[in-house]
Design a protein around this ligand. Structure first.
Ligand code: VGL
Ligand code: ZN
Length: 176
């Protein structure tokens, strides 16, 4: 579950169009999985990242909290990324509080299903790293949403992930 945080949802400082639409889909999907992990964009108040983006997801701010409707009690570990003042930290694999790859290895995980925000940045980076790490990696396409600075950035990112071996799936194939 990538960055389902207030600042990426409508009303937030870096709102993804319809970012909140992923929340009910993710809440249903949660019931189908044994291991639920989430990332949070978790920036210091001063970072080079804010030269590219409006200020968002500052550590401990309201904007950095999970969307209030997200069933966050089911999350077993939260991975904080973008925590330095010189890095973007788009991928959950760049988390600094815990090592995602080691965590998943310790649990014997071989498959990952990726949801969240945003398709063209942190979902993309996280799914590509998951595939690179050897996991069978899926992106659940109705459980992600794109920033779309260019209107088809989300589609382009999905294409790129597919070319890298990531599988695309819809939630109705998973929810029983
Ligand atoms: C993200 C832009 C800047 C993301 C984070 O979570 O996709 N996008 N920081
Ligand atoms: Zn960010």
């Amino acid at each position: 579950m990538v960055d389902v945080q207030n600042d990426f949802c409508p009303g937030g400082s870096l709102a993804v169009p319809e970012g909140n639409k992923v929340v009910p889909v993710i809440n249903k999907l949660i019931e189908e999985f044994d291991i639920i992990v989430a990332s949070k964009d978790w920036h210091p108040s001063q970072t080079v990242h804010f030269q590219k983006w409006p200020v968002h997801c500052v550590q401990n701010s309201k904007g950095a909290e999970f969307h209030p409707q997200l069933q966050s009690a089911k999350i077993q570990q939260v991975f904080l990324k973008g925590t330095g003042n010189k890095d973007d930290g788009y991928s959950a694999y760049e988390a600094t509080n815990h090592n995602l790859q080691e965590y998943l290895k310790s649990k014997g995980v071989t498959e990952m299903y990726v949801t969240g925000l945003a398709t063209d940045y942190c979902v993309r980076a996280s799914a590509l790293d998951a595939a690179k790490s050897g996991l069978t990696t899926y992106v659940i396409t109705d459980a992600v949403a794109a920033v779309n600075i260019q209107p088809n950035d989300g589609e382009k990112a999905l294409d790129e992930m597919k070319r890298a071996g990531v599988k695309l799936i819809t939630s109705d194939k998973i929810i029983s």
